[in-house]
Every structure is written in structure tokens, then in C-alpha cells.
Design a protein around this ligand. Structure first.
Ligand SMILES: C[S@@+](CC[C@H](N)C(=O)[O-])C[C@H]1O[C@@H](n2cnc3c(N)ncnc32)[C@H](O)[C@@H]1O
Length: 389
């Protein structure tokens, strides 16, 4: 049996655990902020998780763990935990390796100290056991080890993902927007409103179209890492010779419903964002199912009432760009539009730092909040709200 860790966005751990369970039919548990863990019997399950999970940033294979107390002596504990683990199996004499280290909390040492001690334990154990010195290559290693010091816990793991997070789906190639949404947060919002591909979905502030594109990929069973196959560490360097990730991918790709139509609309005031959104949708082959158009939010008031079941959107935060008064105007319009456009029992889901404003608008427009969850948006504390008509 193996234990696999998956990192995610803090605040959506229970959704990520549920998704992992649905993918590999094994119980997943929350292992800390932004982390879940799952026991698997076969490595193919880790590959499935890597390829399909929409709410996961990185998948690693646990090698060892230890308790810490924050003092210098932790470095000795970390050395022991690495030295005595079964990592040597994953390195051949020709391989180079790197240690990527992350530390959260207060400790008498830095993440650089941790990486140095972990690297030293790897080299000294190989020297003792195999009598050669393992090469280190920090920029293009064959094998990547991850060390996590998370408050009072240390984890040592083999990276199956690679240096590029699974959050980078590969379709967003044009960096023309100042604040594109994380696809993981977009997918979380869609899961929270029960998006299944059948309901009429609108994002009237769609920017580069992340929410619409994620919605189409979810409904069409297009794996989250569909465009990332070749970049995944598990493909570049399978941890077990008998593991054939490409074979697992092919079996999952059979389930893609390429030409199935979903009623998805995305619009934005800026034509240039819409043009990029269309090109991004084309890259992941969902351009034929999303109706992207340049349109001002307020114009929806002229459209027929009750024409959407779901509005899922990421309104401007107005923290870096834009005037606070303009932000309030957009939120007022969004709630008015939602009241007008949503079917009865329709849902509005938004992600925002402006919690007071949302609470007052939900009362004003009679769209009660039925779900509220704090999430991390980079370093910002924001909330996802679901309001129901
Ligand atoms: C935070 S961004 C959305 C980013 C998007 N979720 C993405 O992933 O690219 C908010 C968007 O609202 C658009 N916007 C602001 N005011 C608007 C209005 N009155 N009508 C339509 N779009 C508007 C902006 O152009 C911007 O692209």
C-alpha cells in the first residue's frame, strides 16, 4: 500500500477529498491546510488522480514523516526520517536529483536549511548503500523529492507532478489579463453549484473565460491535465518500470465526450479578453460549446427573465486596479442581473473579498446566501458565496 499526498487550495480541502474519492474509490482524508491524503493499492490510482483531479495542485508519494518541535534539533530528526526511508529504490546511478522544500510556521531554521539536510541524508545513504555519490541538479533533475515542514510535522515525498503545478492546465497561453482566476477555484465554484453540464450557465464577467472553459471540460470529461501529459514527472520518469502512465491516460481519454453540447455563455466588457478566451477554449477543444461575446453586464437587464439556472462569476476585487466606487457599481449590477436572469431556485456563485457588500446585496435583491466558505486566493483571504433565488 502507498500513501499519496495531494496539495490543493486552502479552504477547499473537503471538496478535493470528495473528488479524489470519486476518482479512485478510496477514502481520502484532510491532512492539514491545503492538503489531503489517500491510501492506494496500485500506482495507477495515483496516475488517475494526477490526470483527472481538477482541484489538485500537486500529487506526491509519501516516503516518510516525523514530528517536529520547531527547534534546531528538528534538523537531526529530519535527517533521520529521510535517511531511514525507502527512497533509494527511486534513484539509479545515472540519475540526478533535487530537493524542493516548503516550510510553513515558526521554526529555528529556514527551508534552505531543510533542503540542505534532506539532500545530505539522500547523498550519505546512497554513498553507504551503493557506494557512489548521487548527482544534484537543481534546474533539471531526473528525480524530485519534496520536503514539507508544516508547523510540527515533517513529510518527505517523491514528486509525481513535476515543477509545474497542475493548476496550470496548459490552455491559458495569453497573459493579457491582470487577474485571471485559478482554474482550481473555478472548478470548486462549479462543483459547489452542482454543475453537471445540463443547466444553463453564465459568467457575465468572464475575463479569459476560465470558469466557462473549466465548466465545459468538466461536462465533457476532458481531464484536467489533458494538455499536460508530457510535462508530468510520472511520465518523464515513471517511479516503477512496470507503470505505464500513457496507457492509463488512453483509457481515460476514451471517456471524453468531444462533441456533446453544453449551454455555457461567457461575456466581458472587454473584447480583447473575449478574443483570448475564444482562443484558449479552442486549445482545449471546447470552443464549439461556449458562447463567448463582448457584452456589458448591465445589458443583461434587457434579456428575457429566467434564462439562466446558474451564474458563476469572479467579479473584480478592485484591490489593485479600479476605483472602489466602480467595484460597488459592478456588484450592485451583478446582483440585479442575477435577480433578473436566474430561474427560480437558480444559483449565483461568486468569489470575492467584499463580504459585507455581498451580504447587504443578497438581502437587498432577495437572493439568500446558502453557502459561504473562506478560501485562499494567492495570499488573499477571500470567500466563495452561493446565493439562491
Ligand atoms: C476578476 S476579472 C475576471 C477574471 C476571469 N475570471 C478570468 O479567469 O480571466 C473581472 C472581469 O470583469 C470585467 N468587467 C468589469 N466591469 C464589467 C462590466 N460592467 N460589464 C462586463 N464586464 C465587466 C473586467 O473586464 C474583468 O475581465
Amino acid at each position: 500500500m502507498f500513501t499519496v499526498f495531494a496539495t490543493t487550495v486552502a479552504g477547499i480541502e473537503n471538496l478535493a477529498a470528495k473528488e479524489a474519492q470519486e476518482i479512485i474509490h478510496k477514502k481520502a482524508w484532510i491532512d492539514g491546510p491545503g492538503r489531503i491524503a489517500i491510501n492506494i493499492d496500485k500506482m495507477e490510482d495515483a496516475v488517475k488522480l494526477l490526470y483527472l483531479a481538477r482541484l489538485v495542485k500537486r500529487v506526491t508519494l509519501k516516503l516518510s514523516e516525523a514530528s517536529l518541535n520547531g527547534a534546531q534539533e528538528d534538523l537531526k530528526t529530519i535527517y533521520e526520517a529521510v535517511y531511514s526511508s525507502n527512497f533509494t529504490y527511486f534513484l539509479t546511478a545515472n540519475d540526478s536529483f533535487a530537493v524542493r522544500s516548503k516550510r510553513v510556521g515558526t521554526h529555528e531554521y529556514t527551508s534552505i536549511d531543510v533542503a540542505r539536510v534532506v539532500g545530505q541524508a539522500v547523498i550519505e545513504r546512497i554513498l553507504k548503500e551503493k557506494n557512489y555519490r548521487q548527482r544534484v541538479n537543481l534546474s533539471e533533475p531526473d528525480v524530485i523529492f519534496r520536503s514539507y515542514v508544516l508547523h510540527d510535522r515533517f513529510y518527505f515525498a517523491l514528486d509525481l507532478t513535476g515543477d509545474i503545478s497542475l493548476e496550470r492546465r496548459g490552455y491559458r497561453t495569453e497573459a493579457v489579463h491582470p487577474a485571471p482566476l485559478s482554474p482550481i477555484l473555478a472548478a470548486s465554484m462549479l462543483k459547489l453549484v452542482g454543475w453537471n453540464g445540463a443547466k444553463n450557465l453564465l459568467d457575465p464577467l468572464c475575463g479569459l473565460g476560465t470558469i466557462c472553459i473549466e465548466a465545459a471540460c468538466m461536462a465533457r470529461n476532458i481531464p484536467a491535465a489533458y494538455l499536460r501529459k508530457k510535462t508530468l514527472q510520472v511520465v518523464r520518469r515513471p517511479p516503477f518500470p512496470e507503470l505505464n502512465p500513457e496507457h492509463v491516460f488512453s483509457e481515460l481519454d476514451i471517456k471524453i465526450k468531444h462533441h456533446e453540447k453544453q449551454p455555457i455563455t461567457g461575456s466581458d466588457i472587454k473584447k480583447k479578453y473575449i478574443e483570448s478566451a475564444m482562443r484558449h477554449a479552442k486549445i482545449i477543444m471546447v470552443d464549439d460549446t461556449i458562447n463567448f461575446k463582448a457584452k456589458k453586464l448591465e445589458e443583461y437587464m434587457k434579456d428575457q427573465q429566467g434564462s439562466f439556472d446558474l451564474i458563476v462569476s469572479n467579479p473584480p476585487f478592485g484591490l489593485r486596479v479600479g476605483h472602489p466606487k466602480n467595484v460597488t457599481t459592478v456588484y450592485c449590477s451583478l446582483f440585479k442581473v442575477a435577480r433578473h436572469l436566474l430561474t427560480s431556485n437558480g444559483k449565483l456563485c461568486i468569489i470575492t473579498p467584499h463580504t459585507k457588500l455581498v451580504k447587504s446585496l443578497s438581502e437587498k435583491e432577495n437572493l439568500p446566501i446558502t453557502h459561504e466558505r473562506p478560501v485562499k486566493y494567492g495570499n488573499l483571504n477571500v470567500k466563495i458565496f452561493v446565493c439562491e433565488k
